[in-house]
Design a protein around this ligand. Structure first.
Ligand code: F3S
Length: 409
């Protein structure tokens, strides 16, 4: 039985307007479906359902109708990547028609009080929930990072439920908001070396396939996991499975206590990443688009790419996707100019899974992201090459996928 306090009952009765009432109706319905005892206030929201490529006219109409009802986000709320760079779309080749519809989506969200910060890494641009705080985030890799690395609490929200949480300032308390659902369901013993973000993604792909929507607890034997780029692992597990929370012994906040592993749960052993690479990597020799920044690149990643490209010139199209705020910080440091003088582009607000890349004429995409390698064939129809950053950058420099032995680390 879902309990509502007096304020929530008033919001549900429409006392704060039809838009807020609609939000409460969605949250109450979800709470009843999932057996929530009550609603819980959230500190921030990240809303998915932003790219016009995915939303179409029906999704845009839904948002415009809601914005006409009134209601505004009561907590800081940001968006998932849009279908294009909101500033540089024309020079990147997006059509006027697509841009017009995409801007209408962003405008509807703005009317509802959601900031036009379009990123899957809100935690890199100021949305940083603290340990134990409740949030309502939607993008799977961001959800995984918030739950696992930051120790915040969020289910993987859908677009409408996240928007409802923003407007109501709360969400239904079920799933990963509850202690009992945050305990590990499987121990993963990683016995092979992890030398790159692609290795971590390959590992995530393999583990996600096996644990599905479980909660893996990682132990790394042959690596110092404190140096890892965790967003890569979570993104891959959320793609091949539905992992929204994982723990890493000695690293993640909820694994620190050491008492989280219940004796007798399933143990998986990973001692070879080759099956992950075999599943994700294709065979095309030619590469016409190299896509880095999945999840959206950090300033540090942009710096590393800028150093690699210094004094060189790319042959293939190289796009590195990131949050606009991250792009601006990297521009101040000089990394954007260095990448773009080599012929690459630092593209804000979007990603190549939700952008209409096939319409832009690309046929083969190379990436260091297991998540992007997983989704690109089905979402965009491009063939994929998957490998570490240096190999992808060499592909950008030559237009061909290089043999692994020819690539310097
Ligand atoms: Fe982000 Fe797009 Fe990758 S949303 S995690 S860059 S597929």
């Amino acid at each position: 039985m879902l309990r509502l306090n007096a304020e929530e009952q008033a919001l549900l009765a429409g006392e704060a307007g039809l838009g807020v009432q609609k939000a409460m109706e969605i949250l109450v319905a979800l709470g009843q479906i999932y057996g929530a005892a009550d609603l819980v206030p959230v500190d921030s929201v990240q809303v998915s359902g932003v790219s016009y490529k995915n939303l179409g006219d029906a999704g845009l109409q839904f948002l415009e109708e809601w914005s006409a009802l009134g209601g505004r986000a009561r907590v800081p709320a940001a968006l998932n990547p849009a279908g294009m760079d909101l500033a540089a779309w024309r020079e990147l080749g997006f059509s006027e028609e697509f841009a017009r519809k995409q801007k209408a989506v962003i405008a509807a969200y703005a009317t509802l009080g959601v900031a036009p910060t379009c990123t899957c890494t809100p935690y890199l641009v100021g949305y940083i929930p603290q340990l134990g705080q409740h949030v309502a985030w939607a993008e799977s890799s961001a959800v995984s990072y918030a739950n696992s690395i930051l120790g915040a609490r969020t289910n993987r929200e859908g677009g409408p439920s996240a928007l409802a949480a923003a407007i109501a300032g709360r969400t239904a308390r079920y799933g990963l908001h509850l202690d009992e659902n945050r305990r590990p369901t499987a121990v993963v013993e990683v016995r092979c070396s992890i030398r790159s973000e692609a290795d971590l993604g390959s590992l995530g792909y393999l583990v996600g396939r096996q644990v599905e929507n479980g909660v893996p607890y990682f132990r790394f034997r042959d690596a110092d996991p404190r140096a890892f780029e965790w967003k890569t692992l979570g993104a891959a597990m959320a793609a091949s499975g539905a992992v929204a929370l994982y723990h890493v012994e000695g690293v993640t906040p909820e694994a620190a206590a050491g008492d989280t592993v219940v004796p007798g749960i399933q143990t998986l052993t990973v001692d070879d990443l080759a099956p992950g690479y075999a599943a994700l990597d294709g065979t095309s020799e030619r590469v016409d688009l190299v896509s880095l920044g999945c999840p959206h690149a950090s300033v540090g990643e942009l710096e590393a790419i800028a150093h690699y490209l210094a004094g060189r010139r790319v042959q293939a199209t190289l796009w590195i996707t990131t949050a606009r705020e991250t792009r601006e910080a990297a521009a101040r440091a000089g990394w954007v100019a260095q990448i773009e003088s080599a012929g690459g582009r630092v593209v804000a607000d979007t990603c190549m899974v939700v952008a209409p890349v096939a319409d832009l004429g690309f046929r083969t995409l190379a990436t260091n992201s297991a998540k992007m390698a997983f989704y690109t064939p089905s979402h965009s129809g491009l063939s994929v090459r998957f490998g570490p950053l240096a190999r992808c950058l060499e592909a950008a420099l030559t237009g061909r996928w290089p043999a692994a032995r020819t690539v310097r680390a």
